[in-house]
Design a protein around this ligand. Structure first.
Ligand SMILES: *Cc1c(COP(=O)(O)O)cnc(C)c1O
Length: 400
């Protein structure tokens, strides 16, 4: 059998990033702020470049996307005990950010296309009184962001976007991360930019940026940040924001910065692999793939599909058979939390899992990562395994 590609391979660190990281290590200058004055170095440079690329006024570099989400909630005025709307398809760090701030998650349904259900959102917003929506563009799937922004406006809801999977994605030409008050991105190795860990919060709101900068732990050296609100805004917040030590350091920024310019090329690579495998799977009865609206430009570094009409036991058997054949399939339906997959029943602070459709969809939902550089033959080999294993399990079930 053909050797399977390593689907867990992270994006490569370019030579220029290695050189600047090594220079920092040699100089020992590994903290972003310089007490005796400085220009903010590579972290400030990254913030300016990221804000420019994201099309927003401010970018605040922090130690993870989870920290960025927490700071976005804090800056949106969320207090312990407050209800916050959350789509019931996301990854652990997102309900984790709500748990961190002490908010009460109010789960919102998703559709078969794995995006938030706007009708259910309206209902849950009115019933719970929540004033904030934490929207995770989970696995790169965008809802109708124009309709969502309108709905948020009409209902008086502040939108925070989790863009961990949508760096480089847009809706009708407008980038994900520009629809909400804040947009939060990740440089964790499994995302579009690989710096090990790291996150960025973007916003146009000077008060949000000021709070995020101060809370992230800028001491009173925030003048060295890359994008700083006017001094009168900083003065409003400088005595009111605790230092949570969530800064990004220069080592991470030096690894991330050169990768930003590589994004268009990477996105084309990911999407080519995604589209090739998705086309194969879509043609097979029993495989259900989310529809991608024309307004959506995605950056799909992973692929999702549902197997229809199978029990949890059959799903488990399918996943195990694929893994034995060399394709690491993730499954969102596991009753025991496993790896990076998660479902609402496993999130902290969820009192009522009032999202039965989201749970049913995730019970049948599988996922593979797409590393960069897959050849068309690699893609076909992966698709062959995913399809053949479904047939094997179907026959096994029919015989039993
Ligand atoms: C990875 C991820 C995050 C959090 O990113 P970190 O940088 O690891 O904190 C948030 N949301 C989603 C959907 C993710 O996949």
């Amino acid at each position: 059998m053909r050797k399977m590609p390593d689907l867990g391979r992270p994006p490569e660190i370019p030579d220029s990033a290695r050189a600047s990281a090594l220079a920092l290590v040699e100089a020992g200058r590994l903290h972003r702020y310089a007490e005796a004055g400085g220009d903010g170095g590579v972290v400030a440079e990254l913030e300016r470049e990221f804000a420019r690329l994201a099309g927003r006024r401010y970018a605040v570099a922090v130690n993870s996307c989870g920290s960025a989400l927490f700071l976005a909630l804090k800056a949106a005025g969320v207090r312990p005990g407050d209800p916050v709307l959350l789509n019931a398809f996301t990854l652990g760090p997102v309900p984790g950010a709500l748990d961190h701030i002490g908010a009460r998650p109010v789960l919102v349904e998703i559709t078969e296309d794995l995006v938030i259900d706007l009708e259910d959102m309206r209902t849950k917003a009115r019933a719970s009184g929540a004033r904030v929506l934490m929207l995770s563009h989970m696995r790169g799937h965008l809802c109708d962001l124009e309709a969502l922004a309108e709905l948020c406006c009409a209902e008086g809801i502040t939108l925070i976007e989790d863009c961990a999977h949508t760096l480089g994605a847009s809706w009708n030409g407008r980038q994900a991360g520009t629809f909400g008050q804040s947009g939060c991105f990740s440089f964790q190795s499994g995302k579009h930019v690989n710096a090990g860990e790291g996150g960025v919060l973007v916003t146009d709101d000077a008060d949000v940026a000021a709070q995020a900068i101060l809370h992230s732990g800028s001491y009173m050296l925030y003048g060295q940040n890359g994008t700083v609100p006017p001094e009168d805004v900083m003065a409003r917040w400088r005595r009111r924001c605790g230092n949570y030590s969530m800064r990004m350091g220069p080592l991470v920024a030096s690894l991330a910065l050169p990768q930003l310019a590589m994004l268009p090329e990477r996105v084309a690579d990911w999407n080519a692999s995604h589209d090739r495998i998705a086309a194969r799977l879509s043609a097979v009865p029993g495989f259900a793939l989310p529809k991608r609206p024309e307004a959506e430009a995605y950056a799909q570094s992973s692929l999702q599909f549902r197997l229809t009409g199978r029990s949890l036991r059959e799903m488990r058997a399918y996943v195990d058979t694929c893994r034995a054949a060399g394709v690491w399939v993730k499954w969102f339906g596991s009753e025991i939390p496993e790896g990076y997959s998660s479902n609402p029943a496993q999130w902290p602070g969820v009192e009522a899992i009032d999202a039965p459709r989201a749970c049913a969809l995730q019970a049948a939902l599988c996922d593979i990562r797409l590393p960069l550089g897959l050849s068309p033959e690699d893609c076909d080999a992966v698709a062959d395994v995913l399809i053949a294993c479904a047939e094997i399990e179907e026959h096994r079930h029919a015989e039993a």
